[in-house]
Design a protein around this ligand. Structure first.
Ligand SMILES: [Zn+2]
Ligand SMILES: [Zn+2]
Length: 135
């Protein structure tokens, strides 16, 4: 499956293929950074996603004590990428950046214990109250 996406202003774009893993993150930091109830994200190998345009990264210590790096377009502020230190070699891509939004297939909800009533979840997806163990 070919996946391509673009930021709001169109200056940043990427194309890649099959995600390694995908899910909706409901942690408080993803709420703040995404401006929404959760961050719908798929991960691909870092060397399998050529990105055109400028990406700036904001770094913040995550609850696991490792750095969460959130990449955004410096022109329009779209937060399209993530490079969590906990997931070396992978880059997270926000599903909202996809040209074809229907291509995103979430596999789970994570940090599902952090959801207010208005943050609705798909009952068919597996739920992890916090971060599931990696690997
Ligand atoms: Zn942009
Ligand atoms: Zn999160």
């Amino acid at each position: 499956m070919n996946l391509s996406g673009i930021c709001l202003c169109g200056s940043g774009a990427y194309s890649t293929s099959d995600p390694v893993i995908s899910g909706n993150c409901h942690c408080l930091d993803c709420k703040k950074a995404s401006g929404s109830g959760y961050a719908a994200t798929f991960f691909v190998l870092e060397n399998a996603i050529p990105i055109t345009g400028e990406v700036k990264y904001h770094e913040r210590m995550a609850s696991d004590g490792k750095l969460a790096r959130r990449g955004y377009c410096p022109h329009c502020g779209s937060q399209s990428f993530g490079k969590p230190e906990a997931m070396p070699g992978l880059i997270g891509v926000r599903a909202s950046s996809l040209t074809d939004l229907s291509q995103y297939k979430p596999q789970a909800d994570i940090f599902a214990s952090r959801t207010p009533a208005w943050d609705c979840m798909d009952s068919a997806l597996p739920k992890f109250p916090e971060m599931p163990p990696l690997g």
